[in-house]
Design a protein around this ligand. Sequence first.
Ligand SMILES: NC(=O)c1ccc[n+]([C@@H]2O[C@H](COP(=O)([O-])OP(=O)(O)OC[C@H]3O[C@@H](n4cnc5c(N)ncnc54)[C@H](O)[C@@H]3O)[C@@H](O)[C@H]2O)c1
Length: 440
Amino acid sequence: MKVVIVGSGYVGLVSGTCFAEMGNTVTCVDIDAEKIEKLNNGIIPIYEPGLEAMVLKNIDRKNLFFSTSLKDSIQSADIVFIAVGTPMGDDGAADLQYVLAVAKEIGQAMNHSLVVVDKSTVPVGTADKVKATIQQELDTRGSDISFDVVSNPEFLKEGAAINDFMKPDRVVIGAETQLAIVKMKELYIPFCMSHERFITMDVRSAEMTKYAANAMLATKISFMNEVANICERVGADANQVRIGIGSDARIGYSFIYPGCGYGGSCFPKDVKALKKIAQEHDYNAKLITAVEDVNDAQKLVIAEKIIQKYGDDLTGKTFGIWGLAFKPGTDDMREAPAIYIIKELVSRGAKIIAYDPKAIDEAKGHYLKGIQNITYVTSKYQALENADAMILLTEWKEFRSPDFEEIAKLLKQAIIFDGRNQYIAYNIEEKGFEYYRIGK
Ligand SMILES: NC(=O)c1ccc[n+]([C@@H]2O[C@H](COP(=O)([O-])OP(=O)(O)OC[C@H]3O[C@@H](n4cnc5c(N)ncnc54)[C@H](O)[C@@H]3O)[C@@H](O)[C@H]2O)c1
């Protein structure tokens, strides 16, 4: 099939590359000319394990193309995906300006029947807006070309995006016509070979499914963080409690690690957007509001532990930070707890030495840009030289079995604050460290 993906970010680039991998001819479009130029030169603008090799292979096979022109790209397309950003607007609602701008451009450019697919995470009712926007452009041109608008929310996880896309738990398709379902099934069947994962439903339910899934996962995280905060106060160990409750199959082990809160490009904005959707329909989403409140506070729990230890004024203190990305396997720092923790510590006079395997450019160039008193280093041990304490914030594998003797030598005092949510170092206190973690 001939597929066009509009928006070549984390979702668009991964989806387009995986469709190309299955033998489709794919053009990824973006308005960011620099990004497209890089991609055309085989330079991948984001870090995602396995992506680079797959992009290069499919460029070589002539299955995968990159362009800044939506108009040229859709002339022979069967299916066009909208995969642009839907960031949080000022009022917490998803900002649909990019999605609707693409819809308008599609309406202006399409010259034959098309299936238009919303892959961006969008509020319920957006497919209707996309449809109306395209139709308005067709009416202006006096064109009677037919088209379908399908909702196909994306569930990939950054850091494991290729695997998630190639072997999805489910492919959710919200469509109004049988023709659209058939086309989507033809495209997705190679990804669903081992068993049926193709779920069809009405468009609004598909749009809602994405928000419900992310809100459920965020709820598990905030629930466990709340339990962890209670554990700290009553002398229980949240990690042991996690193991105790996770053994119940109805609860399960995933997403119940205590930590410094969820971040990233999806959970924070999607939880907020769902709250807003509810509000707009005269419903006060109390649980979703609490999930968000717990998370906002949780981002600063590690900073609070540091303040408890050293006092309000951190002037003269230096902290070596391991991990800036919101989770391992990505360079994405959107809403990463590290941003909030570092800003809090710096605002109290602390100096930071930071290391991350992939996210330093993002931190320097964007999320922590202009903040004084941060030094970035290229090796993890360098971050600890003469620091008062070490702070662990991302569960990168290279942080799992560090050389504790080396760490103790480099630090002024053997003190570790651990905000990671998936790994508790073994016997760390017995190695002579003062060790602070979430939930104990
Ligand atoms: N990142 C994830 O893990 C993830 C997972 C599932 C769903 N989603 C959803 O997918 C959508 C995209 O997320 P992302 O993380 O890939 O965003 P992103 O910011 O990485 O990429 C969006 C891209 O769209 C481009 N763009 C904006 N306007 C455009 C236009 N008019 N024409 C062409 N390109 C345009 C931008 O230049 C950018 O490259 C969002 O709605 C997000 O919520 C993201």
